[in-house]
Design a protein around this ligand. Structure first.
Ligand SMILES: Nc1nc2c(c(=O)[nH]1)N[C@H]1C(S)=C(S)[C@@H](COP(=O)(O)O)O[C@H]1N2
Ligand SMILES: [Mo]
Length: 307
């Protein structure tokens, strides 16, 4: 398929912005803030198309998946305020030189967050365009000096039933904690972010405070929230959705319009906001529109088999 793309700024060329103020000014210059959160024709940012308007913040913070707080889309926004995110301890283990327990502030100290506007697409076929703020995942991981046996990295969400109602539910089919993983080369790709904020503010609890993953070329379920464990592994970890339904969800989860989910097509998506009268449906792009940047990671792999 031939996709016409506007000229774009490579993520490698984006200068880290020193402060919130500078960032807002940059957004203004780019025409993003002043144009009422509508992206300008040029310059585009991290592979966005001219019609990729920023999704209203209210939608991105109230229409969520975070099953620890309930299975309804509005459950996270309703219940996640009860989550205590300070203090926050992260356990690092496995194939790395520096392992142990670390305070969240110590891990992110000295690393500069950057604003990255990425397309986000859920496996349920809705999508959004969100100004995420985060630190390149490679910079986080490199601090722990993973060794040559580290081929994969696994992330786990907090287990705290006292604050996460679905973890107390006897009807829950999920085996907590929520687990996700990446191949190391995916994790070290400059588009992979550890997100600490969105819309110029700290990350709301329902979106995965204090930090969550964001891998823009993959389905939303990869972006594990409220992470408390990072483990460097020789083998691929079994991720939550793959364990629940292996024929529906694989390890890779690369956005792929030509591979259907067993129960629905993945060829198009509903860009939020969407309604009955304005469904705002559009074709899904291979690798969610980031093929130029990431397709090389999967050269020679059968993407119908490694889904
Ligand atoms: N811990 C945890 N992380 C999670 C989930 C979850 O249920 N629990 N849901 C995933 C799914 S399916 C999606 S689509 C995204 C939703 O992110 P958002 O609510 O910020 O849009 O979070 C992902 N991360
Ligand atoms: Mo999802």
């Amino acid at each position: 398929m031939l996709i016409r793309r506007p000229p774009k700024i490579s993520p490698l060329e984006i200068t880290p912005e020193a402060s919130y103020v500078t960032r807002r000014r940059w957004l203004k210059q780019a025409g993003i803030v002043s144009a009422g959160l509508t992206l300008p024709m040029t310059p585009t940012y991290a592979g966005l198309q001219p019609d990729d308007d920023i999704t209203p913040e209210r939608i991105a913070t109230t229409y969520n998946n975070f099953y620890e707080f309930g299975t309804g889309k509005d459950d996270p926004a309703e219940h996640a305020h009860n989550l205590t995110t300070d203090p926050w301890t992260v356990t690092v283990s496995g194939e790395a030189k520096k392992t142990g327990q670390f305070a969240f502030e110590d891990i992110v100290k000295g690393l500069t967050p950057q604003e990255r506007i990425y397309r986000f697409r859920c496996v349920e076929a809705w999508s959004m365009v969100v100004p995420w703020e985060g630190i390149e995942l490679s910079k986080i991981l490199a601090q722990f000096e993973p060794n040559g046996n580290a081929k994969y990295v696994e992330f786990k969400t907090l287990v705290r039933p006292s604050e996460m109602p679905e973890q107390r539910s006897v009807f829950s089919t999920i085996d907590w904690p929520y687990v996700e993983g990446l191949r190391m080369d995916e994790a070290y790709h400059p588009l992979s972010l550890m997100v600490t904020g969105m819309y110029g503010k700290p990350l709301p609890n329902q979106n995965g405070a204090p930090w969550r993953l964001m891998v823009p070329w993959k389905y939303g379920f990869k972006s594990v929230k409220s992470i408390v464990s990072i483990r460097f592994m020789q083998q691929a970890p079994r991720n939550t959705w793959n364990r629940l339904a292996p024929n529906e969800y694989g390890f890779y989860a690369n956005v792929n319009p030509s591979v259907s989910h067993p129960r629905w097509s993945q060829a198009s998506e509903r860009r939020l906001p969407s309604s009955l009268f304005n469904p705002n449906r559009r074709p899904t792009l291979p690798f969610n529109g980031y093929a130029d940047e990431v397709a090389g990671l999967y050269a020679g792999m059968d993407l119908a088999k490694f889904y």
